[in-house]
Design a protein around this ligand. Structure first.
Ligand code: NI
Length: 226
């Protein structure tokens, strides 16, 4: 499932984060890439574990915690501390799949990447190119969102970022270990949750809604890894 979550950050929050990032020191993005990805990745990142990374990562985590659509779609068990990258001057990230298991700096805690996330921090007018292209069995999907909006997609997908030929594309990116490892199972739970929410609006206090809520929780109980 590829899903867009609007307004994870408000315009003022985006502006505050961008002011800090635009004044920050950036390092080569190759530092966090595996062997295959290093050869196709030409972008810059904020150093993992630096004070700015920690501060801004926590701001993103706080925003995720107040976003019900993120909770419902990702069913997060652990979230990798959000990182920040910038593509400019032809910078790109060729086709790759994200590393399956990552260690958090400095705790060393390991996180399995089930869901990949990109939170856009530049508005589409600020740059040319830079589309996130995600491949699935239905073909390729091109994603370029307003600042403050986020895309979630299965970490199992091949994906790339097209070259940025004008301006700069700044974003936050991270991974989620979900309580539900399978994308197919997670998608069904998300669809069920959304249907229950919709039913609650259209037919308030419906006994069917109570039954479906029971089914939702019982599936979650059956499938969740904690
Ligand atoms: Ni990637």
């Amino acid at each position: 499932m590829l899903i867009t979550i609007p307004n994870v950050l408000g315009a003022e929050e985006v502006a505050q984060i961008r002011a800090k990032l635009d004044a920050a020191e950036w390092v080569s993005g190759k530092v966090t890439a595996g062997y295959q990805a290093q050869r196709v990745k030409t972008n810059e990142q904020i150093l993992e574990g630096s004070p700015l990374h920690t501060e801004l990562g926590e701001a993103v985590l706080k925003a995720l915690a107040r976003t019900p659509m993120f909770m419902s779609a990702a069913l997060p068990l652990r979230v990798f501390p959000p990182m920040f990258n910038r593509y400019a001057g032809g910078g790109k990230f060729g086709t790759h799949v994200d590393t399956a298991i990552r260690s958090v700096v400095p705790s060393g805690q390991r996180i399995r990447s089930d869901v990949s996330a990109t939170l856009f921090l530049s508005s589409p007018e600020e740059y040319e190119g830079g589309e996130l292209i995600v491949e699935d069995t239905y073909g390729e999907h091109s994603v370029k969102l307003p600042a403050g909006h986020m895309v979630l997609y299965p970490a199992t997908s091949l994906h790339r970022v097209e070259p940025v030929t004008r301006g700069a594309r700044v974003s936050s990116f991270f991974w989620i270990q979900s309580m539900i490892r399978s994308d197919g199972d997670r998608t069904m739970l998300y669809d069920l949750d959304r249907s229950i929410q919709q039913l609650a609006v259209e037919v308030p206090e419906s006994p069917i809604g109570v039954k479906l809520t029971g089914v939702y929780h019982n599936l979650l109980r059956r499938w969740a890894d904690l």
